[in-house]
Design a protein around this ligand. Structure first.
Ligand code: CP
Ligand code: NVA
Length: 298
């Protein structure tokens, strides 16, 4: 693997290998068996806000023996209109890899092609692959396996999180239900491209939650959509709350990639009840991304 641009570009073998490597790296934290990034300098270019992704990559690269610089797009010429392909051609001659958070998936693809250095998608409008790896690790830790589990994604069914989950379901074969208002479901063109019988769409959150083992949600308005009151108004019935969860299987877990907006997509009560899982999920960003970095470096 040279880059991590999307879950779409992965496969079952790579997903399983990355999660297994994350388990190992988590266990040996503080006592590493190797430093695969020794002597390397990585850059991060972020045009959107971040807490978890930024901190986990800064810590992860250092723990693997490398050094890292954070480049806010406002502070580099990219923010004044220098094209991504020129930015890539400059950084490609100076740093060993780049982690990018931005809007267009094409910018990450272009960076990987023009920079000719390992490139990691740290969230675009299209996908959030690093988060899904951490989520899979969390499922494995909490429930032992994702095989035979019913996973429900509730809320905005057509965002970076839902799309990355859909690709993961295609490759790993678990049952995934996307419960979203009709206008916020992935379009037929995308679902036809994925072509996975184990992924279904519904606008009925209660039916979706029946027999569910994992209930997963995310913000109703992703970064860049702030202030879209009309869109936000569609989600009233899709809040993850105690009534909705009463339909899920006993022993279900709740995932939220964070940041969470309490009493919008999830109630304060449910977030706190499942905080142990949700903050373990946040911590797992570090371990999952170290697995990605280690695989790319080898
Ligand atoms: N979940 C996630 O990517 O969090 P940040 O936006 O804080 O990086
Ligand atoms: N869908 C959210 C994920 C945040 C980590 C967003 O893009 O804002």
């Amino acid at each position: 693997m040279n880059h991590l641009l999307s879950i779409e570009e992965l496969n079952a073998e790579l997903l399983n290998e990355l999660v297994s490597s994350a388990v190992k790296l988590k266990a040996e934290r503080g006592n590493p068996s190797s430093l695969p990034l020794a002597g390397q300098t990585w850059a991060m270019i972020f045009t959107k806000s971040s807490t978890r992704t930024r901190v986990s990559f800064e810590v992860g690269v250092r723990e693997l023996g490398g050094s890292i610089m954070f480049l806010s797009s406002n502070d580099i010429q990219l923010g004044r209109g220098e094209p991504i392909k020129d930015t890539a051609r400059v950084l490609g001659r100076m740093v060993h890899g780049c982690i990018i958070r931005t809007f267009a998936q094409q910018d990450v693809v272009d960076f990987s092609e023009f920079g000719n250095i390992p490139t990691i998608n740290a969230l675009t409008d299209e996908e959030h692959p690093c988060q899904i790896l951490a989520d899979l690790l969390t499922v494995k830790e909490k429930l032992g396996t994702w095989d035979d589990k019913k996973i429900v994604f509730i809320g905005d069914g057509d965002n970076n999180m839902s799309r990355s989950w859909i690709w993961a379901a295609k490759y790993l074969g678990f049952e995934l239900v996307i419960a979203a208002p009709k206008n916020c479901q992935p379009p037929a063109e995308f679902m036809n491209k994925v072509n996975a019988d184990n992924v279904t769409l519904t606008d009925d959150p209660v039916a979706a939650c029946k027999n569910a083992d994992i209930i997963n949600t995310d913000v109703w308005l992703s970064m860049g959509q702030e202030g879209q009151a009309e869109k936000e108004a569609l989600f009233g019935a899709y809040q993850v709350n105690s009534e909705l969860l009463s339909h899920a299987n006993d022993g279900h877990i709740v995932l939220h990639c964070l940041p969470a907006y309490r009493d919008k997509e999830i109630t304060e009560e449910i977030l706190e009840l499942h905080a142990n899982t949700i903050f373990q999920q946040a911590e797992n960003r570090l371990h999952a991304q170290k697995a990605v970095l280690a695989m790319i470096a080898n």
